[in-house]
Design a protein. Structure first.
Length: 283
């Protein structure tokens, strides 16, 4: 069959857009349903649960989110913990990636595989050890305890990702810095770090999303409602009575906590694309 046949091209184009529409519907429909549910008042939620469009728009759920629980404090906790986790992880991973990517030393390969092995451990496997350590250090119900626990999964990821990027940076940049009398640390922070900006933004954003959405450690290491981050805070929402489901509140809170992530992606989208494609072509 001739591939240049207009009928074949038309059918192919129609099938292509049908697949695109199906994928978009599958991906975006849960977000639409969350927004729709959050804009439906609790009184009308049961009657309109299956309606695609609410009869009236209500922002009561968004107001109630900040009155039935210390959700403002929970948001602050998430911002501080996720930001602190990312900053510490990037600082340590930049140093580690420079050493692993540019220096030769005995046991480097084994160390890389150990870092990779740590990153694939399930959270539940290290929960008891982390719980003992955090209790011993007196970090329960604190930002420090959550940051320390979150770095268990963000640090291996950032080290491994940045090491792969550092390996692709031309050695001529280092040699030129050494000729000018720069030390290894000066070379890293003054020469290589600006080149690593796209990779740092991409890696940091992915680590931030993981820390922002983390649930198990936040639930385990915080018992005080004012010390919790947003995932366990949302999980602990209750209705006005034992017979009322807090679907509206849960969806409103979910929309609120998703907005910062969308803003970050939109602001750094160019850096994200550069960071994802960096290193694809060696040179």
């Amino acid at each position: 069959m001739n591939s240049k046949n207009p009928l074949v091209r038309t059918v192919t184009l129609v099938l292509f857009w049908l697949v695109v529409a199906a994928v978009l519907f599958y991906v975006l429909f849960p977000f639409y349903w969350a927004i729709k549910t959050s804009l439906t008042s609790s009184a009308r939620l049961s009657a309109e649960a299956l309606q695609w469009v609410p009869s009236t728009l209500s922002f009561q759920n968004f107001r109630d989110v900040f009155t039935v629980a210390p959700f403002g404090r929970n948001l602050l906790n998430s911002v501080v913990v996720a930001t602190g986790t990312v900053l510490l992880s990037l600082l340590l991973s930049v140093l580690a990636a420079y050493a692993l990517g540019k220096f030769r030393f005995q046991g480097k390969t084994i160390l890389m595989y150990l870092i990779l092995a740590v990153s694939v451990f399930p959270q539940i496997a290290v929960l008891s050890g982390l719980y003992t350590m955090i209790q011993t250090f007196g970090l329960y119900n604190s930002w420090g305890g959550l940051i320390l626990s979150y770095m268990i999964f963000t640090l291996p990821f950032t080290v491994w990702t940045l090491t792969a990027f550092v390996r692709e940076i031309p050695t001529e940049l280092e040699e030129a810095a050494y000729v000018d009398g720069a030390s290894p640390l000066q070379t890293l922070f003054r020469v290589l770090l600006p080149v690593m900006t796209p990779a740092l933004v991409t890696t940091g954003l992915l680590a931030f999303i993981n820390a922002w959405n983390e649930f198990l450690f936040a639930l385990t290491f915080t018992t005080d409602a004012t010390a919790a981050t947003v995932p366990p805070a949302i999980a602990n929402f209750t209705g006005a009575s034992q017979y009322e489901s807090p679907f509206g509140l849960t969806m409103a809170a979910s929309v609120i906590v998703t907005i910062p992530l969308i803003i970050l992606v939109l602001v750094f989208q160019r850096n994200i694309v550069s960071g994802l494609t960096a290193g694809a072509v060696k040179g």
